[in-house]
Design a protein around this ligand. Structure first.
Ligand SMILES: NC(=O)c1ccc[n+]([C@@H]2O[C@H](COP(=O)([O-])OP(=O)(O)OC[C@H]3O[C@@H](n4cnc5c(N)ncnc54)[C@H](OP(=O)(O)O)[C@@H]3O)[C@@H](O)[C@H]2O)c1
Length: 336
């Protein structure tokens, strides 16, 4: 059996590209007591990974040069020396971009296929779903009839936020970058959708939000967010989830926002989903209930092949994905 892994070999100074990575053949690892040998099935590519490619302190350690990239993944156990795990188990956890990996069984969790297709553990019943749930419900606290604006609205986090805001009875305005995404958001229940690539965002927002903005769930930062601040209502809440428009930039300056926050007595709060680790069971419970009731759905863009992981990651920054971007590496040996 051959094994391959993807290493970071150079830190990007702008958009990530093939020259920053290397795909290398490597040996199949030996198994020690307490470990499982896994075969990669799906990889999640995520915008936050770009931040880990930079040097320096953040909320999470940077990737090391000449070491494999790692992130959310689904794998199948093909050998086990750990109690409670056996061949054929499907697990999820943070795994290296390597086809076969031995990991401590304590660092992965078994996926319960009864909850839904296994890929949901990488989005709506996983990291991006929990991000949407806690960011919106805990920080945004939307009330029935309020106006919620969501940027990056057709992505993994954004498309879940749009639906959750609809569930609580808010008026939802989504912002996304293609007509296909506009259509999807309309189907998901958004009351108005703006294509920021073809429309003037300030003009379109003024039309879409005649009563102002009560909650802004920000996935993108930059000029799109600059257009929101003047519309904030009294006691508005800004959920600062992401700022993908600046991840590939060294300097990103914009209008000062303090005056808007003061005028509206608005709250702006950044967060990472890990802040809510203790409350994950609550998030899972609500998300899976809404999923089972058909109130929540999800969209996936699935690229195939280990050698295409990097391109799928690069494509996040040009918006090729609709919903959650995943890469399928292998079929499970036993059908779901
Ligand atoms: N705080 C947390 O714990 C946490 C957790 C997960 C994710 N996040 C953040 O949440 C955001 C969304 O993450 P995700 O996983 O759901 O990714 P995603 O939205 O599925 O994918 C990224 C999307 O961002 C949009 N985009 C890319 N470059 C842009 C730009 N310059 N301006 C505006 N939009 C741009 C693209 O859609 P368009 O076609 O619409 O441009 C693209 O499809 C990211 O900023 C991510 O870092 C935060």
């Amino acid at each position: 059996m051959k094994n391959r892994e993807i290493l970071l070999v150079k830190r990007p100074d702008g958009a990530p590209a093939n020259e920053h990575f290397s795909i290398k053949e490597t040996a199949i690892p030996e198994l020690s007591e307490g470990e499982v040998l896994t075969r990669l099935l799906y990889v999640s590519v995520d915008p936050y990974m770009r931040g880990r490619m930079n040097e320096g302190k953040s909320y999470i350690e940077p990737f090391q040069l000449n070491e494999p990239i790692e992130g959310g993944a689904i794998a199948e156990v093909i050998q086990s020396q750990a109690d409670g795990f056996q061949e054929g188990d499907i697990v999820t956890g943070s795994l290296p971009w390597r086809e076969y990996t031995s990991v401590n069984a304590g660092s992965v969790r078994k996926i319960d296929p009864a909850l839904g297709p296994i890929t949901t553990s990488l989005h709506v019943l996983g990291m991006t779903g929990l991000t949407a749930y806690f960011g919106l419900m805990d920080i945004g606290q939307p009330q029935e009839g309020e106006t919620v604006v969501v940027s990056g609205a057709a992505g993994a986090v954004g498309s879940t936020v749009v639906q959750l805001a609809t569930i609580v009875g808010a008026r939802v305005v989504g912002i996304a970058g293609s007509d296909e995404k506009v259509q999807l958001l309309q189907q998901l229940g958004a009351d108005a959708v703006i294509n920021y690539r073809t429309e003037d965002v300030s003009t379109a927002l003024a039309e879409a939000c005649p009563d102002g903005v009560d909650v802004y769930f920000d996935n993108v930062g930059g000029e799109i967010s600059d257009a929101i601040y003047p519309l904030l209502n009294k006691f508005a809440r800004i959920v600062q989830c992401g700022a993908i428009s600046s991840y590939n930039k060294k300097n990103d300056q914009g209008p000062r926002i303090q005056q808007y926050l003061i005028k509206s007595s608005a709250l702006i709060k950044g967060f990472t989903v890990g802040d809510y680790r203790e409350r994950y069971p609550e998030g899972f419970q609500h998300l899976s209930k809404w999923l089972q009731e058909g109130k929540l759905t999800y969209e996936e863009t699935i690229t195939e092949g280990f050698e295409n992981i990097l391109q799928a990651f690069f494509d996040l920054f040009t918006g090729e994905n609709v919903g959650k971007q995943l890469v399928k590496i292998n079929e499970p040996s036993h059908k779901e």
